[in-house]
Design a binder for this molecule. Structure first.
Ligand code: 16G
Ligand code: ZN
Length: 533
């Protein structure tokens, strides 16, 4: 029911580059941007088939390479509820991308159609967003050329420049017919701004927040959101907000820089009592940081700290609202600092699950709680409220003014939090709400627990596929015998904990180590690196 000759003609403009093998990995396709036009074209095929399979519901395609350098780009497919693409479709994405020509594209299409029993006469709708990278427009052109070639059952809307979480939000809004919000950028700002104003009303405002925007899409979009919220309610000072000089994107700045370098980003000095935070290049990650008042050292409040703060606040609110039947839980990965896990379990008395690295794993695990808080240490995360939780919130009758207030706040929180994916803006507003309620400085927040010294090392190995893990990435099953050696070494260090896993995004193996003090931790990481190499 589609015109194969149109697809053949259109795809000829976007030949697959020779000697490149593409993989739809943890973060979708990600590579140097000028190698991706053929991939963008084939992602069009995948998105259309996925939409037809989902009975014409809208599918999203986001073009971004997040925290990676400006010359890179990437493509990610967003499922109807605003979530990551169903993993059973990933191998088809990979095979489409590696098809050598139109005939091969057509045959993979046919295989996918039959494997997933897709009715090709169904309509398809695709929405597109991109970050500020220079290769973005050409990739959107390749993608939309494909969508056009696939015929009259296919419609699409190009939203232009957006943050990744904004596109996820729009997909969810369209597919819920407005129940989640207006499917526009404006609708997104209105929803977050309204919830934020409700949550801070009646509280003394905090001092201005410095936001490192990674010289990316977060800069213009956060400016728009802050305008909507109003300066009287949220004062932000944006730095690294230059999106004109493409090569500045993520350069010496942004959430990934701050987290991996454990240092202030360019143009952020860390004045006394200054609250600083950083977004990444597509604004789906957030970390806070500040300069310690006593030792003047750099201090990081990463995803684990945000998770602990959010879990603490939500636990208090559900108790105050009398909703103690709701089970609140937290999801982390093996990268979570051991002290954060201990804080969640022992101080907050919450259940904590540990899953494999990658947002989709955390998201699905968090759905198992009534209220599930999930964050990766790198600053990507959000809070999910399931059906039982939203029902309980809408039905609950307050028995005191205090209960009524807590209920109102929880209801506003559901709107404040982007429940499709981690969103730096919504996380920033969440943190600001909590700090406003408590009138806390960053160091007061930081004092909930002290991170154990930790070290992350990259090891270049001959073949990273020789490394296979189990138990949420915490143990190696292959190469045989290596885990025993890791265990032996770890046992020699006080408070030692470590794991080795192959990266899903780079051709390296990652070694993570923790120990009671800096010196032992570094030594453990170094020796483990030697074992793996
Ligand atoms: C991707 C993941 C991120 C994960 C990182 C790990 C998504 C949207 N992003 O960026 O969650 O932390 O990969 O990279 O899933 P690694 O496998 O190279 O350590
Ligand atoms: Zn990102």
């Amino acid at each position: 029911s589609f015109d194969l000759s149109a697809l053949v003609t259109a795809s000829a403009q976007y030949p697959k580059p020779p000697n490149v093998t593409f993989t739809y990995g943890t973060a979708g396709f990600r590579l140097q941007g000028d190698l991706l036009p053929s991939v963008a074209f084939r992602v069009g095929v995948l998105a259309v088939l996925r939409s037809k399979k989902m009975d014409g519901r809208t599918i999203g395609v986001m073009l971004t390479a997040s925290h990676n350098p400006a010359r890179d780009n990437g493509l990610k497919v967003v499922d109807p509820r605003g979530e990551m693409l169903d993993t059973t479709w990933e191998p088809f994405a990979t095979r489409l991308a590696n098809a050598n020509d139109a005939t091969e594209i057509a045959s993979v299409m046919e295989e996918l159609r039959s494997a997933k029993t897709i009715d090709m006469s169904k309509p398809a709708h695709v929405v597109i967003g991109r970050d500020t990278r220079p290769t973005g427009p050409a990739l959107v052109k390749a993608l939309t050329d494909c969508l056009t070639a696939l015929g009259s059952t296919v419609t699409y809307q190009d939203y232009g420049v957006l943050t990744t979480p904004q596109l996820h939000y729009i997909v969810r809004c369209i597919n819920t017919h407005g129940a989640y919000g207006e499917p526009t950028e404006d609708g997104y700002y209105t929803k977050l701004a309204t919830a934020f104003r409700t949550l801070v009303s009646g509280h003394r405002r905090l001092s201005p927040l410095t936001v490192d925007c990674a010289n990316g899409v977060g800069a213009p979009k956060l400016r728009a959101l802050a305008e909507r919220i109003g300066e009287a309610n949220l004062a932000v000072e944006l730095v690294n907000d230059n999106i004109e000089a493409a090569d500045q994107l993520n350069y010496q700045c942004g959430a990934d820089f701050v987290k991996t370098q454990q240092n202030f980003s360019a143009n952020v000095e860390g004045r006394p009592l200054e609250r600083c935070c950083a977004l990444d290049g597509d604004a789906d990650r957030l970390v806070y940081f500040y300069r310690d008042e006593t030792d003047h050292a750099f201090k990081l409040l990463d995803g684990d700290k945000i998770s602990g703060l959010a879990a603490m606040f939500i636990t208090d609110l559900t108790r105050a609202a009398g909703l103690t039947d709701l089970n609140v839980g937290v999801v982390q990965t093996a990268y979570a600092n051991g002290s954060s896990t201990a804080y969640l379990k022992e101080v907050l008395q919450l259940p904590v699950a540990c899953v494999c690295t990658g947002v989709k794993h955390l998201h699905h695990e968090a759905e198992k709680f009534d209220i599930g808080v999930y964050f990766e240490a790198n600053g990507h995360g959000t809070v999910l409220f399931n059906h039982a939780a939203t029902q309980a919130l809408s039905k609950a009758q307050a028995r005191s003014p205090a209960q009524a207030e807590a209920l109102d706040q929880l209801r506003a929180l559901v709107d404040l939090v982007n429940q499709t994916v981690g969103d730096a803006f919504s996380d920033l507003l969440l943190v600001e709400v909590i700090l406003t309620h408590r009138q806390w400085s960053l160091s007061q927040w930081d004092h909930a627990y002290t991170d154990l010294p930790n070290r992350l090392v990259k090891v270049v190995v001959a073949d990273r596929t020789a490394f296979r893990t189990t138990n949420a990435d915490t143990q190696l099953v292959e190469p045989a015998g290596l885990q025993d050696k890791v265990n032996e070494l770890v046992a020699k260090y006080r408070g030692g904990r470590a794991f080795v896993r192959p990266s899903g995004t780079e051709d390296v193996v990652r070694v993570y180590a923790e120990a009671a003090n800096r010196h032992e931790c570094d030594q453990l990481a170094f020796k483990l690196g030697g074992l793996v190499f």
